[in-house]
Design a protein around this ligand. Structure first.
Ligand code: MNH
Length: 492
């Protein structure tokens, strides 16, 4: 058995079978939601065993706080992460702690997320958002929120990090890279599940063969990004790609190999957009359901951005959207779009004063429950309330960006991008949802609301009432505010 915990058995779902173990007590297509629906009561620590692999889940804040202690524990690669090694190799996210390329890439890329770097990305983020608005203004006013947030965030990380556009706003088609990437991720997830089976290697090779064409396309696409930059090295010299291609480690002089750079590009394109897109979508989901919160958001945008719906915040202004930041934090508390991370002890230790944990054993900090622990968040833990007081106890267990030295490197990037996007969207539009919509969540590696249609109408900042409808297009403000642009033809 993998992850054996010295043979200890934790509480587990009822109906465990001799051979199949807990296979019928999980849903491989929606594992997180299945746990929330059926296994919540098994906490604060429980196990699910499938295919010779034990998964241990920690669901309360007290145990999570212990696992977050960097002096005793470190990141572990869960089977889900290891399943991605085929495409992401020793890239930052999937590298093992002791692999030299982790420290090397970390040291080289931390400067790509400093304040100065973020100031360089800011205008690109703002411009990308403007392109989304151009499309929205020309459209019907009905949008698929998650699809459009995904367009926005993919385009943003592609352009800021790699000077690579994906044409997300000029065509309805998904860029073939996106499809290839999703296939690669799906294969990775399946590999993660079958990893402990005797026939795993065979099954893995078959999966790769079945999807060889798409996987080849993804690799060629990534290599082309590198080739194009080497040919024209002047564009974006200090973005992620420029740093990876040009810079040597200041102390050791070491450089990233071409293979590792390919892994990093894929890692950043994937890690840098799905989670942020999900966070934006969940925030919008809650805002259309909480008119009082939405009104506060809009009041804040009006106070900071003023009456011009085209006003773009400066870099410094983004940090002033304090209430929007709370909305984002609260959405990520309830639906952490990266729903967990795994921790392993540095030396043999006892977890919770009871369970022996040996190096190699690991537990998942299962964020959707840890961040709703009533012991920390009270009886209203499941409710959306951006104004809830920061709990005095164990507040640091709300960690949607992970913990320790392997925590998210893109946190500031994500928060800056998402805060500005929410501010500008809600400053510019009145947004309503379908009251009948019930939250459906798509689970890939990340959590993402699915099929959530929103209706947008142009808004006159300063007034909270929606603007009047204009015939044949989406509703527009009655008076054209200064700086309002001509509306181009729909492009998708
Ligand atoms: Mn991100 C690691 C969540 C946005 C790039 N990210 C992590 C981890 C979590 C996480 C959790 C730790 C995983 C683990 O311990 O196994 N990340 C998020 C969330 C958002 C997010 C919830 C948005 C919201 N992440 C981003 C963005 C980028 C990015 C944006 C890039 C621009 N994240 C990474 C990388 C890592 C990471 C790279 C791996 C860091 C490391 O191990 O050194």
């Amino acid at each position: 058995m993998r992850n054996a915990w010295s043979g200890h058995t934790f509480p587990h779902p009822a109906g465990r079978r001799r051979w199949m173990k807990d296979a019928s007590s999980m849903d491989p297509d929606r594992p997180v939601q299945y746990i929330l629906e059926h296994h919540r009561h098994l906490g604060p620590i429980f196990e699910i065993v499938v295919f010779g692999q034990k998964f241990v889940f920690v669901t309360d804040a007290e145990l999570a706080a212990e696992l977050n202690d960097e002096s005793r524990f470190a990141k572990a690669n869960s089977p889900a992460l290891d399943g991605l090694r085929g495409i992401a190799g020793d890239g930052l996210f999937t590298a093992y702690n002791e692999e030299p390329n982790w420290q090397l890439a970390h040291d080289l890329l931390v400067p790509a997320f400093t304040k100065q770097a973020m100031q360089r990305y800011h205008p690109v983020m703002a411009e990308t958002l403007d392109e989304l608005f151009t499309v929205w203004d020309a459209g019907t006013g009905r949008v698929d929120a998650s699809a459009d947030m995904t367009r926005l965030t993919l385009e943003t990380i592609g352009r800021t990090g790699f000077s690579q556009a994906f044409g997300s706003f000029t065509t309805t088609e998904l860029h073939p890279f996106v499809e290839g990437m999703v296939t690669a991720l799906t294969i990775g997830r399946r590999k993660g599940v079958i990893g402990a089976l005797p026939a795993a290697k065979l099954l893995e090779r078959r999966l790769d063969r079945q999807h060889a064409e798409q996987l080849d396309y993804v690799n060629r696409f990534l290599d082309d990004i590198v080739v194009a930059r080497r040919r024209a090295p002047t564009s974006g010299g200090d973005d992620l790609l420029g740093i990876m291609l040009d810079q040597a480690h200041p102390e050791t002089g070491a450089r990233l190999s071409d293979e590792n750079i390919r892994y990093q590009i894929l890692t950043f394109l994937v890690a840098g957009h799905e989670t942020t897109s999900g966070a934006l979508s969940f925030a919008l989901y809650y805002l259309v359901r909480h008119p009082e919160a939405l009104a506060k958001v809009q009041a804040e945008t009006d106070a900071i951005l003023g009456p011009d719906p085209d006003a773009t915040p400066s870099y410094e202004q983004v940090a002033r959207f304090r209430y929007i930041r709370k909305v984002l934090d609260e959405a990520l508390r309830l639906w952490p779009t990266a729903p967990g991370y795994a921790r392993t002890p540095r030396e043999t230790t006892t977890l919770g004063g009871r369970w022996t944990m040996t190096p190699g054993d690991w537990a998942l900090v299962f964020l959707p429950l840890v961040q709703r622990d009533p012991a920390v968040w009270g009886e209203t833990a499941d409710a959306f309330d951006p104004d809830r007081p920061r709990p005095p106890r164990l507040a640091s267990t709300a960690k949607p960006f992970g913990t320790g030295e392997r925590a998210c490197i893109g946190r500031q990037f994500a928060v800056h991008e998402a805060t500005m996007a929410l501010a500008r969207i809600l400053h510019r539009y009145d947004v309503t949802g379908d009251p009948a919509y019930e939250l459906r969540i798509d689970e890939r590696l990340t959590l993402m609301p699915q099929g959530m249609e929103l209706t947008l109408s142009r808004r006159t900042p300063g007034l909270s009432a929606p603007g009047g409808a204009a015939p044949g297009g989406m509703p527009r403000p009655r008076s054209r505010p200064p700086g309002h642009r001509a509306v181009p033809k729909p492009s998708y």
